[in-house]
Design a protein around this ligand. Structure first.
Ligand code: CAA
Length: 260
């Protein structure tokens, strides 16, 4: 599929997906969501890619939300379908075995904040701005915001942001736990790639099992969650990576993981 609204770059084991609609502050219309879906499916199935970074083109906006011009005249059923598409695409990213990091380089509003939240974690440029401004448009968030924001920052803080439509800066997003780190804009991608490099130097099967266990465990009760962890832990001992990781430690050398 030829992309018009995104750019997909591959650098060794990394894929970097840029949302690229500069005229609309990288807002998400249906075509853009379908292109993201296509790209993420390709990354998911590409054995040479181990980690995905999502960011916005330019220096102003990560994603300024779902496309308001596109949504303005939708019928209720069309809007439901559009919301369900966004949810499906973002869930694909969240549930993908490989880790995904959001490099938030500016406005992450509405669907943009929701896109950042479906990634495993978020690193923000100091000029980043976060918010769910939907109630100011007379609508609710539609790509997972009412569900992921409370899970990430707690119910009270999430509801304040959802009800007021307040936009917060990167430092406040860091304070409430929405982002893990704030860096200078010009350092954002290199910092995210550094973190990605630390992840890629580890056993990728173990990283993926950690992601799956954390994701599944957070959706269930603690006893079932512990059982999910026990299964993941046990499964690691069937991998070459476990043998290599523990042997390398005991031989005082760097492990050479091969994801087997
Ligand atoms: N949809 C469509 N177009 C958008 C857009 C959006 N979400 N955000 C920005 N644009 C467009 C503007 O209309 C403008 O286009 P023109 O040049 O053709 O007029 C262009 O991008 C530049 O935007 P501004 O002139 O407004 O730039 P600014 O620097 O003054 O402000 C901004 C930037 C604060 C991000 C502002 O554009 C803004 O508030 N955007 C809307 C944010 C928003 O409400 N997002 C939520 C959308 S609803 C949603 O996402 C629902 C959901 O959960 C699925």
């Amino acid at each position: 599929m030829a992309y018009e609204n995104i750019i997909l770059e591959k650098e060794e084991k990394l894929a970097v997906l840029y949302i690229n609609r500069p005229k609309a502050m990288n807002a998400l219309n249906k075509e853009t969501l379908l292109e993201i879906k296509d790209a993420v499916t390709a990354i998911k199935d590409d054995p040479t890619v181990e980690l995905l970074i999502i960011t916005g083109s330019g220096d102003k906006s990560f994603v300024a939300g779902a496309d308001i011009a596109f949504m303005q005249n939708l019928s209720a059923m069309e809007a439901r379908e559009f919301g369900a598409l966004g949810q499906k695409v973002f869930r694909l990213i969240e549930a993908m075995e490989k880790p995904a990091i959001a490099a938030v380089n500016g406005f992450a509003l509405g669907g943009g904040c929701e896109l950042a939240m479906c990634c495993d974690f978020r690193i923000a440029a100091s000029n980043a701005k976060f918010g769910q401004p939907e109630v100011g448009l007379g609508i609710t968030p539609g790509f997972g915001g009412t569900q992921r924001l409370p899970r990430l920052v707690g119910s009270g803080m999430a509801k304040q942001l959802l009800y007021t439509a307040d936009v917060i800066n990167a430092d406040e997003a860091f304070r409430i736990g929405l982002v893990n780190k704030v860096v200078q804009p010009e350092e954002l991608l290199s910092e995210v790639k550094k973190i990605a490099g630390r992840i890629l130097s580890k056993g990728q099967l173990a990283v993926r099992l950690s992601k799956a266990a954390a994701n599944e465990g957070m959706q269930t009760d603690i006893d079932r969650a512990m059982s999910i962890e026990a299964d993941a832990f046990g499964l690691c001992f069937a991998t070459q990576d476990q043998k290599e990781g523990m042997t390398a430690f005991l031989e005082k050398r760097k492990a050479n993981f091969i994801s087997k």
